[in-house]
Ligand binder design. Structure first.
Ligand code: NAP
Length: 297
């Protein structure tokens, strides 16, 4: 049995593991995709204190290395349920089951989809969510990025370095992301801003060939990167924690949910600012609260 099981191996979860270990508690981090979390897909992070500039994947690797150096154990598996009790049972897709005195849910968020017909079939065949991972396949080709946040702006900058043409399609007339990134893009001759436009249709049978945007304009494309934000992934825990109307977990300032011994940290949690800095802060808070809870048992 572990003292703490942490579900999710992003910045929040790995920081929680580091703090739990340093408080003398054993910890297991269970991650379903890849350790490091969403930030691993950011080509450059320039707002994490202590690093003037670092790639997201290197930052994610460092979080993992630090937690493991402190003695945290890690597993690649998907948690499908938590059975509550003084000892919590954490059940995984593989059939594995783990026990702990406290659980920290740090499941982050998954990319939001457009919700258009044929989108599912075109994912991986022209439609993608990660320019860092798949951008190289579109060298010399025409691509679009949809969204107006930092992810979309960063994706567009990255793609503009190798693609012949990059359309940045955004539903409003101004961007949510940083002005500095918008400035970089506005100076690129192969980038076109398509503003006040939503994608209304995806074209192509087995491969994406283009999109139709608001007003009926058709844009021929080889690739489309959807970067319209993220949604929490808390569904499996809805019986034990309170979720708001968007699916984010409710907790108090100690990151405690409505169930004793179950804490929540990072982007999956209801809060005002979702950044790596706030995720690591949650991780520390949740871990220390979990340690106090264990000591009180
Ligand atoms: P975000 O900031 O929530 O931006 C999502 C964008 O998608 C917004 O522009 C939004 O439009 C648009 N959008 C949402 N739903 C849509 C829909 N159904 N159809 C069309 N457009 C839609 O998400 P993000 O860019 O993924 O960033 C998430 C967080 O991570 C942010 O806090 C961001 O600053 C941070 N981040 C940081 C870094 C970094 O520091 N290196 C890199 C990437 C992301 P509206 O603006 O009209 O709402």
């Amino acid at each position: 049995m572990y003292d703490v099981i942490i579900i999710g191996g992003g910045p929040a979860g790995l920081t929680a593991a580091t703090y739990a270990q340093r408080a003398g508690k054993s910890s297991l981090v269970i991650e379903k995709n890849g350790f490091g979390g969403q930030i691993s897909w950011s080509p450059k992070v320039e707002n994490f204190p202590g690093f003037v500039s670092i790639s997201g994947s290197e930052l994610g690797d460092r979080f993992l290395e630090q937690a493991m150096e402190q003695g945290a154990e890690v597993e690649l598996d998907e948690v499908t349920a938590i059975e509550d009790g003084e000892i919590k049972k954490v059940k995984c897709l593989s059939g594995a089951e783990f026990e702990a005195k406290a659980v920290i849910i740090a499941t982050g968020a998954k990319p939001r989809m457009l919700g258009l017909p044929h989108e599912d079939e075109l994912v991986g065949s022209g439609v993608g969510f990660c320019a860092v991972c798949d951008g190289a396949f579109y060298k010399g080709k025409a691509v679009a990025v949809n969204g107006g946040g930092n992810s979309a702006l960063q994706d567009a900058i990255l793609l503009s370095e190798t693609c012949s043409r990059v359309y940045l399609i955004h539903r409003r007339d101004s961007f949510r992301g940083e002005a500095k990134l918008v400035d970089v893009l506005s100076k690129k001759s192969n980038v076109e801003f398509v503003m006040n436009a939503s994608i209304e249709a995806l074209e192509g049978e087995n491969e994406l060939t283009g999109v139709v945007v608001t007003g009926g304009r058709r844009i021929a494309l080889d690739g489309l990167f959807v970067a319209i934000g993220h949604e929490p992934d808390n569904g499996a825990f809805s019986g034990l924690i309170e979720l708001d109307d968007k699916g984010y977990s409710a907790s108090d300032e100690r990151c405690l949910t409505r169930t004793a011994g179950i804490f929540t940290a990072g982007d999956c949690r209801r809060k005002a600012v979702r950044q790596v800095t706030t995720a690591v802060a949650d991780g520390a808070t949740a871990a220390l609260a979990a340690c106090s809870y264990i000591d009180s048992l």
